[in-house]
Design a protein around this ligand. Structure first.
Ligand code: AMP
Ligand code: GLY
Length: 440
């Protein structure tokens, strides 16, 4: 039976999901706030709508007779879109709002870890009163990570001793007066991501990826949703051992066990520290950009994962091409603090095609993913979020990096790119840092 899949979400991750479904036995429909030209090209139908409006999403699912839905971003999950789809009789690959609290409520997330004795949990306290939180900052002898409990698009966390000092952290809390904040032990180390597919008590991990949160080259500037990311040809990254990767997978597995009946992607953000692997956070969805590293090298059909999940079957075992990937995002000038949205940009698809090579089957590739841009009659416009990304795919990280950079030739106008993502120098810095942590 040909499936009819509804994709919810129009970012780079959404385009990666659409491309993973392209050419498989399904007809794709998509809905998002922005008209993503990459998704629109693949999909049979594309509707612009408010993706946190559950009834708008379910109406569209019913209109197109969707047999499956994939919910990409966290906001619709938080708004209960997966619950509403399920209620309307459409299987949703994505957790219900309650299960998504593992991402959407950081206070719940840490309490959950503590209650279930999941390894890698920091010491933490939660506060509803800003002044009490400030007192705690004053009384703490060690550095803390300051986290609003709710969703902030990856931009709400301030780390004392890294981005801010104690006074700045208190000022930040007072200025924003969040309803609830988590103050937790600061970890020092190298961050990495492991995503897993979860359904019907089965759990399938994907290769590790490293994202780059900081806005500017050399890991400077404010945190962003992620400026770019890389993965290696195997499961782990150059700065970690296979055992360290396995430890992250064990933590995810223990989390899934404790979650009980979770469906969707569980994303673990980890920190490799001198004391082993620690949990920075969980997300209830694919990472963005990480989905663009993972899905293009997955040999197993994503549609098979979705159908097995719906049918109550074991998820298929995953297989990945032994290829490294490097993803670089182009973001609007001023992103994330003062992004200049609404600018018309030229995306040079021809240089991506050139960088992809001659299609001779040498398995080198360059792929373009449109993100939060809006296609209008007279061209492609930026929004206030990340605009587009290119991914280089090759046998090694340096080769993949060179391909990604070639694909971006001439793409600097009106956008900003961290060209250092995946470069040998930056990857070596990660390796040196991890070795230093281990005391090598
Ligand atoms: P999050 O929104 O939880 O992903 O946090 C954003 C960023 O803040 C992470 O990618 C880390 O760089 C940093 N961060 C979060 N929690 C901690 C922590 N406990 N220790 C050190 N850094 C952290
Ligand atoms: N790459 C970070 C995120 O997806 O939240």
């Amino acid at each position: 039976m040909t499936e009819t899949v509804l994709l919810v979400g129009g970012g780079g991750r959404g385009h990666a999901i659409a491309r993973a479904l392209e050419g498989t036995d399904c007809e794709l429909y998509a809905c998002a706030e922005n008209r993503n030209p990459g998704i629109a090209r693949i999909a049979t139908g594309f509707e612009t709508l408010e993706t946190t409006n559950s009834s708008a999403v379910t109406s569209y699912a019913e209109e197109v007779s969707a047999t499956l839905a994939v919910v990409g971003p966290e906001k619709p999950l938080e708004a209960g879109v997966a619950d509403a789809l399920t209620e309307a009789g459409v299987f949703a690959f994505g957790p219900n709002a309650d299960a998504a609290r593992i991402e959407t409520d950081k206070a719940y997330q840490r309490r959950f870890m503590r209650e279930h004795s999941i390894p890698g949990c920091p010491a933490f306290e939660t506060f509803e009163d800003t002044e009490r939180a400030c007192e705690y900052i004053d009384s703490s002898e060690t550095d803390l990570a300051v986290k609003p409990a709710g969703l902030t698009g990856g931009k709400g966390v301030k780390v004392i001793g890294d981005q801010v000092n104690r006074d700045e952290a208190k000022q930040y809390l007072r200025e924003n007066d969040y309803d609830r904040v988590v103050l937790e032990e600061r970890f020092v180390g190298e961050e990495f991501t492991v995503q897993a597919f979860v359904a019907n008590d089965t759990f399938r991990a994907t290769p590790a990826v490293q994202d780059h949160k900081r806005a500017y080259e050399g890991d400077e500037g404010p945190n962003t949703g992620g400026m770019g990311s890389y993965s290696d040809a195997g499961l782990e990254l150059p700065f970690m051992t296979e055992e360290e990767y396995r430890e992250a997978v064990r933590i995810l597995d223990a989390t899934v066990e404790a979650l009980d009946d979770y469906t969707g992607v569980l994303y673990g953000q980890f920190m490799l520290t001198a004391d082993g692997v620690k949990v920075i956070e969980y997300n209830a969805r694919f990472g963005d950009p990480e989905a663009m590293n993972t899905l293009p090298v997955m040999n197993t059909e994503f549609l098979d994962v979705l159908v097995a999940a719906r049918e109550g079957e074991e998820l298929p075992k995953l297989s990945f091409a032994p290829r490294a990937t490097v993803c670089k995002y182009a973001v609007p000038e001023g992103y994330p603090e003062d992004p200049s949205g609404g600018t018309r940009i030229a995306v040079d698809e021809e240089s991506v095609r050139r960088a992809a090579g001659d299609g001779s089957g040498d398995a080198n590739d360059a792929q373009l993913f449109y993100a939060s841009v809006d296609e209008r009659e007279d061209g492609i416009y930026t929004t206030t979020s990340r605009a587009f990304a290119v991914v280089g795919i090759a046998e090694t990280i340096p080769e993949a990096e060179a391909i990604a950079d070639d694909a971006l030739a001439g793409a600097d106008e009106g956008v900003r790119i961290r060209h250092d993502v995946g470069t040998e120098a930056l990857v070596q810095k990660r390796i040196d840092h991890a070795n230093e942590l281990r005391g090598d």
